[in-house]
Design a protein around this ligand. Structure first.
Ligand code: AMP
Length: 257
């Protein structure tokens, strides 16, 4: 579309997963805007916010290399100077999985994206399926407030080991990074063996525990409602979703089936 503006919201500490979103935007929109903003309102854990990697210089170098039209790096105080009155029903997404374990997280996401969309007026937004539940939340935001924006949910980029790329991976030791690759291996194993689901989920948790990974949730769910399936059901859109802790770092991943 002529005059189309693609937007890639990020919290910085950029990696190939982010760059892939930029590439997707560049290949389908006339301009590409990127934001770098560690949004305090979407952190329910102050320690996570404090330890979130900040690598602005190298982020800007990466964006310069690939070539984008604008990078927005707002100041928190200025960006939040106005109060927003958003009324968006996220049910059940704000009650389950990330919504349950990170209370307030999605209202922070919705708040910041509403501000970005209002200021930047993108025609297209590029989100990563790595954050599957966030993609579903943003669909609701767009549906309700910005129906002309086209949302592109892009595949998860992974290390050769299968580990989903994430800014938080930089907080893992080398051994931790290696062990973290077990998460995707277990998701794939369950995905290939959906009969005997609950037993396989328990086995996966036990394997992950041996790798030092403490599972917060690991479930087969329906899409887009994220209802837990106790056993496999045909003819439904489904995904396996995972969250857990390794070396004090919270990691999430999923496998859309
Ligand atoms: P973040 O900086 O973590 O807020 O992520 C910014 C955007 O990049 C979100 O839409 C994420 O879902 C996406 N993203 C993060 N990691 C990956 C990845 N490994 N592959 C694809 N997209 C990703």
């Amino acid at each position: 579309m002529k005059g189309s503006v693609g937007f890639v919201p990020t919290m910085g500490a950029l990696h190939e997963g982010h760059i892939n979103l930029v590439k997707q935007s560049k290949s389908s929109t006339d301009s590409c805007f990127v934001s770098i903003f560690i949004n305090p309102r979407q952190f329910n854990n102050p320690e996570d916010l404090k330890l979130y990697p900040r690598t602005l210089d190298s982020d800007l170098k990466m964006l310069d290399k690939i070539g984008v039209d604008a990078v927005f790096i707002p100041e928190t105080v200025e960006f939040y100077s106005e109060t927003l009155q958003i009324s968006l029903d996220l049910n059940p997404l704000d009650r389950v999985f990330e919504g349950k374990f990170r209370p307030g997280h999605f209202s922070g996401v919705v708040d910041v994206l509403h501000r970005f969309f209002s200021v930047l007026r993108p025609t297209d937004v590029f989100m990563g399926l790595k954050d599957l539940q966030q993609c579903l939340v943003v669909e609701k935001l767009i549906d309700h407030y910005f129906p002309t924006i086209v949302q592109h949910n892009c595949d998860t980029l992974r290390e050769a080991s299968g580990l989903a790329m994430s800014s938080r991976n930089t907080r893992l030791t080398e051994k931790g990074r290696l062990n973290a690759s077990g998460i995707f291996a277990e998701l794939k194993h369950i995905g290939h063996n959906l009969q005997g689901l609950s037993e396989n989920i328990e086995l996966a948790k036990a394997h992950l525990s041996k790798l030092g990974i403490e599972t917060e949730y690991l479930s087969l769910i329906t899409l887009p409602d994220m209802e837990i399936l106790e056993k496999d059901v045909q003819a439904k859109r489904k995904a396996l979703v995972f969250a857990g802790y390794l070396e004090g770092v919270r990691l999430i991943d999923n496998l859309v089936l």
